[in-house]
Design a protein around this ligand. Structure first.
Ligand SMILES: Nc1nc2c(ncn2[C@@H]2O[C@H](COP(=O)(O)OP(=O)(O)OP(=O)(O)O)[C@@H](O)[C@H]2O)c(=O)[nH]1
Ligand SMILES: [Mg+2]
Ligand SMILES: [Zn+2]
Length: 359
């Protein structure tokens, strides 16, 4: 893949990243951005000190002894040594998406860093699922990015308005766009988010049309897309890795594979933002620690009683908040255990060195 780079701003570089550099850094290191992550390598692009573009692959990178989220992920900015391309530093992120990895392991999985806008894609069919959209919104709001719900396959439903209404109710003030992802005319509605240096991540289940949207925005068919099985509206995971694409406007589109499971972790603030209506109601409960169960003077239950709050929404909020708390705790416990193990290994090495009479 070739990218057109003439200045760092075009890559999404801004004062937030610049302020992390020392004055002579720009002469001695190359700022480079991670464009895709593979098992054995990171593809990075940047600008050499003589302003020629750098487009290369480097080994995966983690801050030694750092927690799991200090591993370089797609969208990250790295400072590289111009001679060896060795990573000197992983720059602090403006935003970070992470989840608890699927399966029984307690690992944290990084999805993307330094994203400006999150396009949460769902199609107007069986894939449309309010709890799933709430999860993605919580993820986006917690990372401080602008979430936009994109409803695809508008051409396949008789009642597009109903989908828009349902989506708009998920979070106070959320933006919703509905379109046929294959139609270049309709896709122009997404242009305002896709300006120079902006990074837009596309997330959503397999088969909803993330890659189709990117192809239509790019004006070509370079990314593979796939038909879905009519019976269950599920895709077959056509996209398998996270990959940046550059729009002629200078925006960066990040395609991701459909996620079957999005386990939230450490996004309490994001959850509160999505359910801001309930949080606000709860402020009027008589007791500060009201659990909105059988307490007298509960404003949340009063809202359910008078029909302004859907009891299902309260239930989903509880469920997400609990899940988030549980995952945050298990990941923290695992981290503590690993740290203790690392310390033990270090001590053993030091002890053996001592026996041998030092270094
Ligand atoms: N009719 C119609 N078909 C669409 C629309 N958007 C996507 N499709 C079709 O849906 C199928 C799946 O689209 P993809 O773009 O591959 O879906 P994806 O989200 O990238 O899926 P993964 O890569 O598996 O995560 C393709 O056959 C598309 O042509 C739409 O708005 N209308
Ligand atoms: Mg795809
Ligand atoms: Zn209450």
């Amino acid at each position: 893949m070739t990218f057109q780079i003439s200045d760092l701003a075009q890559l999404g570089w801004n004062s937030f990243f610049l302020s992390q550099l020392d004055t002579d850094d720009l002469e001695t290191v190359i700022p480079a951005r991670v464009m895709s992550v593979h098992r054995n390598r990171l593809d990075v692009i940047g600008l050499m000190p003589d302003q020629t573009p750098l487009d290369d692959a480097i080994p995966p990178y983690s801050v030694s002894d750092g927690p799991e989220d200090m591993t370089a992920t797609v969208g990250d900015w790295l400072l590289l040594d111009p001679e060896t391309l060795r990573v000197e530093r992983l720059l602090e992120r403006q935003s970070l998406f992470k989840r608890r990895a699927p399966g029984t392991g307690r690992k944290l999985q990084l999805i993307a860093a330094n994203v400006d806008t999150l396009f949460i894609v769902s199609s107007c069919n069986q894939d449309f699922n309010v709890p799933r959209l709430e999860r993605y919104l919580a993820l986006g709001r917690d990372a401080g990015v602008t979430p936009v719900i994109i409803l695809t396959k508008a051409d396949l439903t008789d009642d597009p308005h109903d989908y828009v209404q349902q989506a708009s109710r998920i979070m106070p003030g959320v933006m919703v766009e509905i379109l046929d992802a294959r139609d270049p005319e309709q896709i122009t509605r997404l242009h305002p988010w896709c300006t120079k240096g902006q990074t837009i991540a596309f997330v959503g289940s397999s088969g909803v049309g993330k890659s189709t949207l990117i192809n239509t925005l790019m004006g070509n068919d370079l990314i593979a897309t796939a038909g879905i099985r009519e019976d269950d509206a599920k895709g077959r995971h056509t996209t398998t890795g996270r990959q940046f694409h550059q729009l002629p406007s200078g925006a960066w589109l990040l395609d991701t594979p459909g996620m079957r499971e999005l386990q939230l972790t450490d996004v309490q603030e994001g959850i509160d933002a999505v359910f801001a209506d309930i949080v606000e109601l709860a402020e009027d409960c008589r007791f500060g620690d009201c659990r909105h169960e059988t307490e007298p003077g509960c404003a949340v239950n009063a809202a359910i009683d008078n029909g302004t709050l859907d009891p299902k929404r309260l239930h989903r909020w509880r469920k997400l908040a609990l899940e988030d708390m549980h995952n945050t705790q298990t990941i923290a416990e695992r981290r503590t255990r690993e740290k203790a193990f690392g310390k033990m290994i270090k001590n053993t090495v030091a002890y053996k060195k001592n026996l041998r009479g030092g270094d």
